[in-house]
Design a protein around this ligand. Structure first.
Ligand code: GLU
Length: 559
């Protein structure tokens, strides 16, 4: 018997009738302008959205968007042993929370687009067409090696101190005759399909990377497995077929894939597929005791994007921060254009730093703080409410009591040229604003009591508070009101000008700041609070008087 490669291919995949040409017709070139890029996010459903993957997705999304192209998602679930139930949908949902929603692909609940299916486990018919063809031309072959065979091979290679793997003379099954392979399959022996490499690892190939420029890498010579005994292909093969038929133009992925690039390049050539461009992005690192290391899923809570969502860091702030890692000129642009939408920034691969990007939490927090400070009261209130509904029942409760009141609180010292910068994240809000609500204020009084200045006598404080209660004019504007506060202080020998007080502190009981502080403490329990005038206009007069009475009875030692 003299079986041909084609007969071997037919024996292995008798059900496969389609050809690569049929597939090319089914998935024709996309109808896009020449400069448009098609990018993808291709996660494996093996866990949460990693901060590094968010970064890669942001770059992929931006590149597609600014070139008028397409950003799509594909679920790479061929390693079904590692799959975590529900994580595919979770990954996409989290991506959407960062406003990086794909316009095509696997969207969590559904699939959208004409290049699907977008879930690899549903694409096995497509992979088989290409694998069958590779077998028929002698570029792929069945391998019958068992786990024990491979283990033995590894031990031999270790003993001989040669590069490990299935290649060259060690690739036992590549030397089986077609007839022998044919017979063993007919007998029902188990097998996988391997790619027959023609490479030589002592030679180098040059591959261009959009971020790194030209890379010189040793050729691949490994006969990698492309089709497993479970009927699914491996990542190397599957992603390549998908990127081809989905017409990806730039593959953006982590730099950990650079070492596999020669395999992919050889596979693309063997399949006669045009290679996409590559952009291998830096891995996000962390400084740990002075040493740089990768963000670790196990050790670093900030490795998961859920960390930021649960604490309520504004999505816009996180995206801006990641952009500062993506492009070195972004920060300068941001400072010059604080109010522009970041989609107006032109991203470029050439401005990406090559060193592992260092994750800098204080910097991220600073950007988030700036971002929140410049939100309108409507925007911050709406976003905080959306956050509270998901993650903070106690904040949700306060907001739902009276949305207008919440908005007025969020409006304190907002909108001017120098807005107040007291929130880094939505989870900071509750403790800052709780005192505005009667029951929470009473809890604070119980917990912390009142932080009155111990250097001012209680009697003096009481008389000022009493006088404030009976004389304060709520109709005054801020400036006039402050003058009235100064006058009140002066009647009790608290000087209006701090400078005068400093020159001669013995001559006075204090200065107007001390007077404001008495009120602040009575109304909020603490000597740190936002603008007093605003507080006086958010609380009702009745609430204010009740609080002052409570503070006075405390000063009198009555409670
Ligand atoms: N599924 C691969 C991963 O989870 C994707 C790599 C790629 O983007 O090609 O990392």
């Amino acid at each position: 018997m003299n079986h041909t490669y084609q007969e071997l291919a037919d024996l292995i995949f008798p059900e496969v009738k389609q050809t690569i040409e049929d597939l090319e017709k089914e998935y024709p070139e996309r109808n896009l302008p020449k400069e448009s890029e098609v990018t993808r996010f291709a996660p494996s459903p093996t866990g949460f959205l990693h901060t590094g993957s968010l970064f890669t997705s942001l770059v992929a999304y931006t590149v597609a968007k600014q070139s008028g192209g397409v950003f799509y998602t594909r679920l790479e679930d061929t390693d079904q042993k590692r799959e975590i139930e529900g994580s595919g949908k979770q990954l996409i949902d989290q991506l959407k929370e960062f406003n990086l929603a794909p316009s095509e692909g696997y969207l969590g609940d559904e699939e959208k687009g004409s290049y699907g299916p977008y879930i690899q486990s549903k694409r096995s018919e497509i992979y088989k067409v290409v694998i069958k063809w590779l077998i028929s031309i002698g570029r792929a072959y069945p391998c019958f090696c068992t786990a024990e065979d491979l283990n033995e091979l590894r031990l031999t290679q270790e003993a001989n101190r040669v590069i490990p793997g299935y290649y060259g003379e060690y690739a036992k099954c590549r030397y089986l005759s077609v007839d022998e392979a044919y017979e063993r399959i007919q007998k029902g022996e188990k097998f996988v399909i391997r790619f027959k490499s023609q490479g030589d690892h002592t030679k180098y190939i040059r591959i261009h990377d959009e971020v790194r420029g030209d890379l010189d890498l040793p050729e691949n010579d490994q006969d990698i497995v492309i089709y497993k005994s479970d009927g699914l292909p491996t990542y190397h093969f599957a992603h390549l077929v998908d990127d081809h038929f989905m017409h990806t133009t730039v593959v953006t992925r982590g730099e950990e894939w650079i070492s596999s690039l020669p395999i992919h390049v050889e596979l693309f050539e063997a399949c006669n597929f045009r290679r996409p461009k590559y952009a291998h992005l830096p891995v996000i690192m962390k400084l740990d005791n002075g040493n740089k290391r990768k963000l670790s899923k196990r050790k670093d809570p900030e490795a998961a994007v859920s960390y930021f969502l649960e604490l309520g860091y504004p999505v816009e702030g996180i995206i801006k921060y990641l952009m500062t890692i993506a492009n070195s000129n972004f920060e300068e642009w941001l400072i010059a254009n604080p109010n522009k939408d970041i989609s107006e920034f032109h991203f470029s691969f050439s401005k990406m730093s090559l060193d592992g990007a260092l994750f800098d939490l204080p910097k991220l927090e600073n950007i988030c703080k700036e971002t929140l400070a410049y939100y309108s009261k409507e925007k911050i209130s709406k976003e905080a409410y959306a956050y509270a509904k998901k993650y903070s029942p106690e904040l949700k409760d306060l907001i739902e009591r009276d949305f207008d009141k919440f908005e007025s609180i969020m409006n304190i010292e907002r909108g001017g040229e120098k807005p107040r910068k007291d929130y880094t994240k939505y989870s900071d809000i509750y403790s800052h604003i709780a005192f505005f609500y009667e029951d929470k204020y009473l809890e604070l009084v119980k917990q912390n009591s009142f932080e009155f200045n111990p250097h001012i006598s209680n009697d003096l404080t009481i008389s000022i508070l009493e006088e404030f209660k009976s004389t304060n004019d709520y109709s005054l504007n801020e400036q006039d009101w402050f003058s009235s506060l100064k006058a009140l202080g002066e009647r009790h020998n608290f000087v209006a000008q701090f400078k005068l007080y400093k020159k001669n502190p013995e001559a006075y009981n204090g200065h107007v700041g001390d007077v404001a502080n008495m009120l602040r403490v009575a109304l909020t329990t603490s000597s740190r609070s936002p603008n007093l005038f605003n507080i006086l206009h958010i609380l009702t007069k009745e609430e204010i008087n009740k609080r002052i009475d409570l503070a006075i009875s405390y000063l009198k030692g009555e409670n």
